[in-house]
Design a protein around this ligand. Structure first.
Ligand SMILES: [Fe+2]
Length: 156
């Protein structure tokens, strides 16, 4: 990932910087034919955040531009596969800027919110996953539930 950050200008094209006022934008860079690996650029405009979500995969994230904020959650209730009675507790916050790399592994899954607060500049990040990241669980802290959603991306 450090090498990808250092050489981002050799493979990132204008289409990988697509953004939207509607929400953070995922631009597909590479998707392995066997769905074992995928790489996205994500463009975060000020005030854009993910929902609370997990990944069902390992992941490595590197920052190209701006400051990406990550707010982690710890799961207090064991994961027995049920989508109810899930208790989460706020964990720490990471501030990641150009050159920073962070990673996570599943089981227990890594649960977090990422985004850019209003008042900061646009952030651009690279996200490498151990599967095609076309869906994940989002969590409702109040209702103590999670549900699977499909997540959109722009094709490369
Ligand atoms: Fe994530």
């Amino acid at each position: 990932m450090l090498d990808l950050i250092d050489h981002a200008d050799t493979f990132l094209e204008p289409k990988h910087y697509q953004s939207s006022a509607a929400g953070y934008t995922r631009n597909l860079i590479y998707d392995a034919p066997d769905a074992s690996l995928s790489l996205y650029s994500i463009i975060w405009l000020p005030g854009q955040w993910t929902p609370v979500h997990d990944h069902g995969s390992w992941g490595v994230v590197g920052i190209i531009e701006g400051v990406l904020e990550e707010r982690s959650y710890a799961r207090l209730s064991p994961d027995r596969g049920a989508d109810e009675e899930i208790d989460l507790m706020r964990g720490g916050t990471l501030l990641l800027r150009h050159g920073a790399v962070t990673s996570f592994v599943p089981n227990p899954d890594h649960i977090h919110v990422t985004g850019v607060p209003t008042g900061r500049s646009r952030a651009v990040s690279l996200h490498l996953y151990g599967r095609t990241m076309s869906n994940f669980n989002i969590y409702d802290l109040e209702a103590r539930t999670r549900r699977r959603i499909d997540v959109a991306h722009n094709e490369s």
